[in-house]
Design a binder for this molecule. Structure first.
Ligand SMILES: [Zn+2]
Length: 245
């Protein structure tokens, strides 16, 4: 694809449309509340979370892409000045809330930018996302692939989210007299918190800033976010940390 048309998770000058795969900090370096360069395309959930990450952001600059639908953009070729049509589809990346991949189609062919993603073999959401991608491609192939391969190395042997959540719940239940502090980033790990809450039948106290995220999850539970005075889960401390979510 010609330079000067689009940027994905890159916030330097010189593009006509910008795309955000997810709101994790490593994807928003250079983006700020005062952004005014061009529209930003993202998922509906990411758009909802935007003001919490970037207070006073001009929300009229956000363009929501619903999952699985092609969206057409009219851009101008910087080299020839002629009109260029780019089609884009957002596909669930099953990473943090709102995270998507972007599939682009145009004269340049088919380009897939995965952003951060977690497509576990037996995960229903990942299966649906894969179907969505294959349906969108039909008989086409991906010509250009931007693959985030941060953890794509045999030295990283992560369990599935489900297994990891069970391990955490097991550790907690084997220490009944301990206070529990779960260190998490500003976005992600919501499913883990819900699993702990459901598996151990406990209420979790979360910080107020966390609530907007919770409201965007279909799996939200009334337990999460409720403060119970006697719970030993008094502090969910929100520590900056990195790693897969
Ligand atoms: Zn991420």
């Amino acid at each position: 694809m010609e330079k000067g048309l689009i940027s994905v998770d890159r916030w330097a000058e010189g593009s006509q449309a910008y795309f955000l795969t997810n709101l994790h900090t490593d994807h928003t370096q250079g983006l700020s509340s005062t952004w005014a360069m061009a529209p930003i395309f993202c998922s509906r959930v990411t758009a909802k979370l935007f003001p919490f990450k970037f207070p006073n952001f001009n929300l009229s600059l956000l363009r929501v892409l619903d999952l699985g639908s092609w969206h057409s953009l009219s851009l101008i070729s910087p080299s020839t000045g002629s009109k260029v049509t780019v089609q884009v589809m957002a596909i669930d990346a099953y990473h943090c809330p709102g995270a998507v991949m972007f599939l682009f189609r145009g004269e340049f062919g088919c380009m897939l930018n995965t952003g951060d993603f977690r497509w576990e073999k037996n995960c229903e959401r990942a299966k649906l996302a894969k179907e969505m991608l294959l349906n969108a491609l039909k008989d086409d192939a991906v010509d250009v692939l931007y693959l985030d391969n941060t953890y794509c190395n045999p030295t990283f042997q992560f369990p599935t989210r489900e297994v990891a959540a069970k391990q955490v719940a097991d550790i907690i239940s084997s220490h009944p007299d301990h206070d529990i502090v779960v260190g998490i980033d500003t976005l992600g790990k919501e499913d883990l918190l819900l699993h702990i809450s459901n598996a151990l039948n406990v209420k979790l106290k979360i910080l107020k800033e966390r609530h907007p995220t919770r409201e965007n999850r279909r799996s939200s539970s009334s337990r999460l976010g409720t403060i119970l005075p006697n719970t030993r889960f008094l502090g969910l401390v929100f520590l900056p940390c990195s790693g897969p979510s």
